[in-house]
Design a protein around this ligand. Structure first.
Ligand code: 5GP
Length: 223
């Protein structure tokens, strides 16, 4: 049994059948709780890794280079974008963000799943490039008031940025029909359980189980 198949097996994702990794995209307006949800999914499941984006935005207090983002200047970003090193990229709130291609391709070809905290523009690009591999989840706040409270208490951004993000929330939310699943994040534990349930179900999709034909052939020959 390969290491990956063994991990899958142990974590209840079905029999040890080799499969292609999936791209698990989580989008939401900022403040809907997406970052917490993503961290909890990563902590709960060893077969999914986070895609670390490159960005031209300045680090926030507590953010670490190459953990939260690869923080780069505009010149380096353009080099990566023009050198086809990015799987997708977008301009969000006056800064550039992009997904480095190589780690994603390596992960999914070895059967590991990758989690993306990217916006609707990134979700659209990945859906076009790798339609069979993406699973798209949109996280909604339970109400406008809750969203505003979360943005204010996060307190890492100046008030003008908070105001800008509130205004942007409505336009980000308008993209919800482009996603496969929607989680209304009223209670974090329920949302984490939903996010993990989606992951488990998507891993069991027949089209992703590359080793299924072999498995069934062996099964039949034993009957
Ligand atoms: P923040 O600056 O709050 O970390 O992120 C702002 C927005 O950019 C969030 O909606 C986040 O999901 C999105 N984002 C982060 N990285 C990427 C990326 O690599 N590509 C795209 N398209 N969006 C990203």
């Amino acid at each position: 049994m390969s290491k990956n198949a063994d991990e899958q097996h142990k974590h209840g994702a079905g029999p040890a059948i080799a499969r292609r990794g999936l791209l698990y995209i989580v989008s939401s307006p900022s403040g809907a709780g997406k970052t917490t949800l993503a961290r909890r999914v990563l902590a709960a499941d060893p077969n999914i890794t986070m895609s670390v984006s490159v960005t031209t935005r300045a680090p926030r207090p507590g953010e670490q280079q190459s953990v939260d983002y690869h923080f780069v200047d505009r010149t380096r970003f353009e080099q990566m974008r023009d050198g086809d090193e990015l799987l997708e990229w977008a301009k969000v709130f006056d800064n550039f963000y992009g997904t480095p291609r190589a780690p994603v391709e390596a992960a999914i070809s070895s059967g590991k799943d990758v989690l993306f905290d990217i916006d609707w523009q990134g979700a659209q690009q990945l859906s076009q490039k790798m339609p069979g591999d993406v699973v798209r989840v949109f996280v909604l706040p339970p109400s406008g008031d809750v969203l505003e409270d979360r943005l204010k208490t996060r307190a890492q951004d100046p008030p003008e940025i908070v105001a800008k993000r509130m205004a942007a929330a409505s336009s980000e939310i308008s993209h919800w029909p482009e996603y496969d699943y929607v989680i209304v994040n009223t209670d974090v534990e329920t949302s984490v359980a939903s996010a993990l349930a989606i992951l488990t179900a998507e891993r069991l999709k027949r089209a992703r189980l590359l080793g299924l034909s072999d498995f069934v052939r062996k099964l039949q020959s034993a009957l």
